[in-house]
Design a protein around this ligand. Structure first.
Ligand code: PMP
Length: 401
C-alpha cells in the first residue's frame, strides 16, 4: 500500500537543529530555531507562567472537560484586546472576536481555510523572504496561486519598499496579503508607520484581504501597543482583517500551542454566521483546542499583577536580545569593515538576517560548530556572554577583513 510513498524533503529548521544536538563539540553554538534562551543558553519558563501553573495545579475546581470548539472565551477576548488595544474602534463597536487556535500556525491555517471555503479566495501573496511555513500552509489549504511580493533589499540590507509597493499595486483584486505584524521573520525589518499607512491605502484601493501574522508581539520593542501598531491602524481604518496571534514566544509556551485568530468584520450582524462556519472548520480539523496554555495566558492577561510580571519578563527578554545585537555588531566591526554590520542592530525581534552566504555558513558549521539556517538568518537568542566572542571571531574569520 505504501510502496509509492517517496521521501519528503527535510524541514530545514528542525534538521539543522538536530545536527546541532547531535554534535558532540563543547564549543557548538545553536543559532537556528526561533526560541528564547537565557544567558546560560537554557530555555526559560517565565516566572509568572511557573507561578500560574502551580496555582492552576492546586485549583480543585478545574477539570479536563472539553473546551468549546472556538476555545476559552476569557482567553480569546483578552488576546483580541491585547492585539487591538482597549480603545480600538471596531472592538468597542463589537465588530471583533477571537478563536482559540493551535498556536500561530493553527490560527493561520483555520483563517486560510475560511478564506478559501467561504470567501472564495484563491490567491495569496507572501513576502519574499518569509517564514518558510507560510507557503506550505496556504498550499495545503488549497490556494491555487501562492505568489510573493518583494520585501528584502539585499544590497542595503533593509526593506525593498519600492518593490513591495509595486508588487501589491499589481496584485489582483481579492488576493490575500500576508503581513508580518512586527519583527518580520526572517529579516528583522519592519515597515515604518508611514510605510504601513501606504500599505493600508494600497490594500484598500486594490481590495486585497489583509491577513496579519503576529508571532512576536512584545518581542520587537518590548511594548505591546507599539508592536501591534500596524494591526491597530488597519482595524481603526475600517479594514476587515484576520490576525494570527502566537503566544509561543512572548509567553515561552512553545509546545502548549496557544494561539488566537482575531477576526475584524464591518457588519457585526454577520459575526454569528462567521463564527458558525469557523466552528465547522475547527470541528472537522481537530474538534476543539487544548486548555492548559490558554488558561495560563488568560490568567495572566486578566490579572493586573500577573500582567505586570509578564511585562517585566518581556522587557528582560527583549533587553537581552538588544544587548546581544550590540555586542555582536561591536565585535564584528572591530574585526571587519566599520559600518558593515549596522543591520545587526537596526533589525529587531529574535532574528538577524546576517547576509552571510551559503559557503560561509557551511564553514561556520564545519570549522566552528556554529549552526544557522542557509538563508543566513540567525536567532540572536542563541548568543550569550559566554559565546559572543567565539561567534564574532568565527564570523569575522569567514567574512575576512
Ligand atoms: N509566524 C511566524 C512569522 C513565525 O515565525 C512563527 C514561529 N516560528 C509562527 C508564525 C508560528 O509559530 P507557532 O505556531 O509556534 O505559534
Amino acid at each position: 500500500i505504501f510502496k509509492d510513498v517517496t521521501q519528503g524533503l527535510p524541514i530545514e529548521v528542525f534538521s539543522v537543529n538536530k545536527q546541532y544536538l547531535d554534535d558532540p563539540a563543547s564549543t557548538k553554538v545553536n543559532l537556528t530555531i526561533g526560541a528564547y534562551r537565557t544567558n546560560d543558553g537554557k530555555p526559560w519558563v517565565l516566572p509568572v507562567v511557573r507561578k500560574t501553573e502551580k496555582s492552576l495545579a492546586e485549583d480543585d475546581t478545574l477539570n479536563h472537560e472539553y473546551l468549546p470548539v472556538l476555545g476559552l472565551e476569557e482567553f480569546t477576548s483578552a488576546a483580541t484586546k491585547m492585539l487591538l488595544g482597549g480603545d480600538s474602534k471596531p472592538l468597542l463597536k463589537g465588530m471583533t472576536f477571537g478563536i482559540q487556535s493551535l498556536s500561530g500556525t493553527g490560527a493561520l491555517r483555520i483563517g486560510a481555510a475560511f478564506l478559501k471555503t467561504h470567501l472564495n479566495r484563491n490567491v495569496v501573496y507572501i513576502s519574499n523572504p518569509s517564514w518558510e511555513n507560510h507557503q506550505m500552509l496556504f498550499r495545503h489549504t488549497g490556494f491555487e496561486k501562492i505568489e510573493s511580493y518583494r520585501y528584502w533589499d539585499e544590497k542595503n540590507k533593509s526593506i525593498d519598499f519600492e518593490g513591495l509597493r509595486s508588487d501589491l499595486e499589481n496584485a489582483p483584486e481579492n488576493a490575500v496579503i500576508v503581513l508580518h505584524a512586527c519583527a518580520h521573520n526572517p529579516t528583522g525589518c519592519d515597515p515604518t508607520q508611514e510605510q504601513w499607512i501606504e500599505i493600508s491605502n494600497i490594500v484598500k484601493k486594490k481590495k486585497l484581504f489583509p491577513f496579519f501574522d503576529c508571532a512576536y508581539q512584545g518581542f520587537a520593542s518590548g511594548n505591546l501597543g507599539k508592536d501591534s501598531w500596524a494591526v491597530r491602524y488597519f482595524a481603526n481604518e475600517g479594514h476587515e482583517l484576520f490576525c494570527a496571534q502566537s503566544f509561543a514566544k512572548n509567553f515561552g509556551l512553545y509546545n502548549e500551542r496557544v494561539g488566537n485568530l482575531t477576526v475584524v468584520v464591518n457588519d457585526k450582524e454577520k459575526i454569528k454566521a462567521v463564527q458558525s462556519q469557523f466552528q465547522l472548520i475547527v470541528r472537522g480539523m481537530y474538534s476543539n483546542p487544548p486548555c492548559h496554555g490558554a488558561r495560563i495566558v488568560s490568567a495572566v492577561l486578566n490579572n493586573e499583577g500577573c500582567f505586570e510580571e509578564w511585562q517585566s519578563a518581556i522587557t528582560e527578554m527583549s533587553g537581552r536580545i538588544i544587548k546581544m545585537r550590540k555586542g555582536l555588531r561591536e565585535r564584528l566591526e572591530a574585526k571587519t569593515k566599520p559600518g558593515a554590520w549596522k543591520h545587526v542592530t537596526d533589525q529587531i525581534g529574535m532574528f538577524s538576517y546576517t547576509g552571510l552566504n551559503v559557503e560561509q555558513i557551511e564553514i561556520l558549521k564545519k570549522k566552528y560548530n556554529i549552526y544557522m539556517l542557509s538563508s543566513g538568518r540567525i536567532n540572536i537568542c542563541g548568543l550569550n556572554t559566554n559565546n559572543l566572542d567565539y561567534v564574532a571571531n568565527a564570523i569575522a574569520d569567514v567574512v575576512g577583513p
